[in-house]
Design a protein around this ligand. Structure first.
Ligand SMILES: C[S@@+](CC[C@H](N)C(=O)[O-])C[C@H]1O[C@@H](n2cnc3c(N)ncnc32)[C@H](O)[C@@H]1O
Length: 383
């Protein structure tokens, strides 16, 4: 097993960033980030060490950096991330003080395949073995940080969700961010997103998960408190009618929020000027229950199973059209492959321009002709 010092030393020529996080009691700082800098034309390194919300900076040449790593960092942080121009690797502290390379690493092995793709690098965002303690409390990871077998599908889903979020936010400089999760349930996704933004990326994130279920909300608040996630909270609310957050938001997410709860979430996002919306709908019953024959689509309404699928697709197509008219660039993407979950479509929307009325008349005309109601479309009529 190579030592951390050797791994760091070997990485220095291509190092983009090294992050030492999840401090043990022996650590002097909460987090240390090392970046290469040029000083007088020479390659040096800057170590930024965070303690009590204050940042301390040290400029070090290679030798001094390795000494600093040896004396101040090695064995004192549970998680180490080395990001190099040709890939990345992550290490998790073992009980005996040594490090284990964790999960999927994209640093090419000597003599092995060349630099891994950006996609592979993203996978290890939530690698098995990564120290995300809330996932143990939530029952997704075992205490040894292995994925619990029965939670594997859920883990895949949240992992994919975070990858898609990372696609949108990887180029965004960490700053203040308000994120809401509608219908958060057991909140696997909410905790992971908080971890991604606050711990992994260093955003000053304010996050709220809303759900109808009091017991789930109480449990999630207890877990957030346990890990000192003081800007992550959960509130009991019916998102279709209760009073919620009243300021602007940056990002709204939903993962399988039932039926029209998704529509209220999308409407809320638009009215609160969210820049980003990531929504995976489910149980799109509304159109199925109200649609009747009325024109060329009648052949698709004859058989229950086709009518149900058509209604679900029509629901999400209308949602996308409404969001487009509200000023968003929208795409519908396969969230997870169909074999894993039939609830596999994601509405991804990024605010791009001001609102216009282009799609809405066509959607309203369709709703009128086929007699169906679609909540997001109806909500566009309310002030
Ligand atoms: C299928 S679960 C998904 C939970 C979570 N997002 C996940 O993917 O693990 C749907 C959740 O939405 C919540 N929900 C449904 N309608 C709601 C409403 N009107 N207001 C708030 N929460 C709602 C339910 O209580 C439930 O926890």
């Amino acid at each position: 097993m190579p030592t951390l010092k050797n791994e760091l030393s070997a990485s220095l020529p291509q190092l983009s960033k090294a992050v030492f996080s999840q401090p043990t009691d022996a650590a002097e700082y909460e987090k240390v980030t090392i970046r290469p800098i040029r000083l007088g034309g020479e390659l040096s390194f800057q170590a930024e060490s965070i303690r009590d919300k204050k940042a301390f900076h040290l400029n070090l040449d290679e030798k001094a950096l390795l000494r600093f790593a040896d004396e101040t960092l090695d064995g004192r942080y549970r998680q180490v991330l080395l990001i190099r121009s040709d890939g990345s690797a992550q290490y998790v502290l073992r009980r005996d003080g040594s490090y284990r390379k964790s999960g999927k690493s994209s640093v090419p092995r000597p003599g092995g395949e060349s630099a891994a793709s950006h996609d592979r690098e993203k996978h290890y965002l939530l690698a098995e073995g990564e120290y995300i303690p809330a996932l143990v409390d939530l029952g997704v990871f075992t205490p040894e940080l292995q994925i619990v077998k029965s939670k594997y599908d859920k883990y895949r889903q949240i992992n994919r969700f975070v990858e898609l979020i990372d696609d949108a936010f990887s180029g965004v400089e960490p700053g203040k961010l308000t994120v809401l999760d509608f219908g958060c349930g057991k909140s696997y996704l909410t905790f992971i997103l908080y971890y991604y933004f606050a711990v992994k990326r260093g955003f000053d994130v304010d996050m709220i998960g809303y759900d109808l279920k009091e017991d789930a909300v109480e449990r999630c608040n207890a877990i957030a408190r346990k890990y000192g996630y003081d800007k992550l909270r959960f509130l009991v609310a019916d998102v279709t009618k209760d009073r919620l957050w009243d300021k602007e938001i940056d990002l709204l997410v939903t993962l399988h929020a039932c039926d029209t709860a998704t529509d209220y979430a999308l409407d809320f996002a638009v009215r609160h000027n969210a820049n980003y919306i990531f929504s995976v709908p489910c149980c799109q019953h509304e159109i199925n229950q109200t649609i009747r024959k009325g024109g060329d689509l009648d052949i698709l309404l004859k058989h229950g199973i086709i009518k149900e699928r058509l209604s679900a697709l029509l629901t999400d197509a209308i949602r996308a059209d409404v969001l487009e008219d509200m000023g968003y660039a929208v795409d519908l993407i396969e969230f997870i492959d169909f074999a894993h979950s039939p609830k596999n479509l994601m509405i991804r929307a990024v605010r791009r321009r001001s609102a216009r009325e282009k799609n809405l008349p066509r959607c309203r005309e369709l709703a009128e002709r086929y007699g169906f109601t679609q909540t997001l479309l109806s909500l566009t009529d309310t002030e």
